[in-house]
Design a protein around this ligand. Structure first.
Ligand code: GLN
Length: 199
């Protein structure tokens, strides 16, 4: 588990852009900086220049979609993701990467870079938020995960590796340089999800 500014940290010195047009960018920035990464907020196209990695945080995917449009970020971010820049997408971020979104708003867009079908707010109103201890492939100790109006992953494509499940449903997936979680790994002091990427 990553704590402190140790240069043996996998994230130390990495230059990571955290998309910050709406939603939970601040805790991602704090967590990445706590393990020695150089992390900055991505708000305009020039902020994408020189990134070693990207984070698409949680928030409201419909609003993030609209703000990416307004800030001319769909192009530069889409190119970086298509070029294989390691990308961590959490909750709304996962929705923004999914190549199929159920219960989305008709005008919301997606990068289509992750071969999954997600249902927005799929866990339903009665369980808007919950926490679970996850057994994650490749990690030892269980990971405490916070879910907030999380998407349900209803289908995964053949190139998607499921790293953790809740009740048989995928909640943490990897497809090449992309790691996507239905939960909020930035809302704890456990940096292991961020470290799953080979930034
Ligand atoms: N329900 C939100 C959406 O549809 C995602 C929630 C979150 O990111 N915590 O975008």
């Amino acid at each position: 588990m990553g704590t402190g500014l140790d240069t043996t940290e996998p994230l130390a010195g990495r230059k990571i852009g955290v998309v910050a047009v709406q939603g939970a960018a601040t805790p991602h920035l704090a967590m990445l900086r706590s393990v020695g990464a150089t992390a900055w907020a991505v708000r305009v196209p020039a902020d994408v220049d020189g990134v070693d990695g990207l984070v698409l945080p949680g928030g409201e995917s419909t609003t993030i979609s609209m703000m990416l449009e307004r800030n001319d970020l769909w192009g530069p971010l889409g190119e970086a993701i298509a070029d294989g820049v390691p990308t961590l997408a959490t909750c709304a971020g996962m929705i923004l990467l999914a190549n199929e979104v159920v219960d989305g708003r008709p005008d919301q867009r997606s990068f289509g870079a992750l071969d999954v079908t997600v249902r927005r707010n799929g866990y339903g109103r009665q369980v808007d938020s919950f926490e679970a201890d996850l057994d994650v492939t490749g990690l030892g100790e269980p990971l405490r995960a916070v879910f907030i109006r999380a998407p349900v992953v209803e289908r995964v494509g053949p190139d998607v590796e499921v790293l953790a499940e809740v009740d048989g449903g995928p909640v943490l997936c990897r497809q090449g340089p992309i790691v996507a979680s239905a939960f909020h790994p930035e809302l704890s002091d456990d940096t292991r999800v961020h470290e799953l990427l080979s930034w």
